[in-house]
Design a protein around this ligand. Structure first.
Ligand SMILES: [Cu+2]
Length: 106
């Protein structure tokens, strides 16, 4: 029965890690662009931005709904979107870099 117990633990761990990854949407910052530029997520989803450029970038909004500090190479910024809506953002250093997070109930 010991082996069966281990199997259940592994199954539970796999299920938990699958749920965790389903709850996060990653946006890559690379070559002076947000990719994907538009994402649609369910309320409660965490969006993580990761800067792959050698240049600092930010994730900023006009109304300061969410704002990162300057992200160095491989830095990460996360924000959880609880409310439905359309959230436009840009890079404060390069304002032509823009993106949108759409939060919609599935
Ligand atoms: Cu930038």
């Amino acid at each position: 029965m010991k082996n069966l117990g281990k199997g259940w633990l592994l199954a539970a761990w796999l299920a938990a890690s699958a749920m965790a990854s389903a709850g996060t949407q990653t946006v890559e910052i690379s070559k002076f662009a947000f990719t994907p530029k538009e994402v649609t997520v369910a309320p409660g989803t965490k969006v993580a931005w990761v800067n792959h450029d050698e240049i600092p970038h930010t994730v900023s909004t006009r109304d300061k709904a969410f704002t990162s500090k300057a992200l160095d190479t491989d830095d990460r910024y996360e924000h959880v979107f609880d409310k439905e809506g359309d959230y436009a953002y840009f890079c404060a250093v390069h304002p032509y870099m823009t993106g949108v997070v759409h939060v919609r109930k599935p």
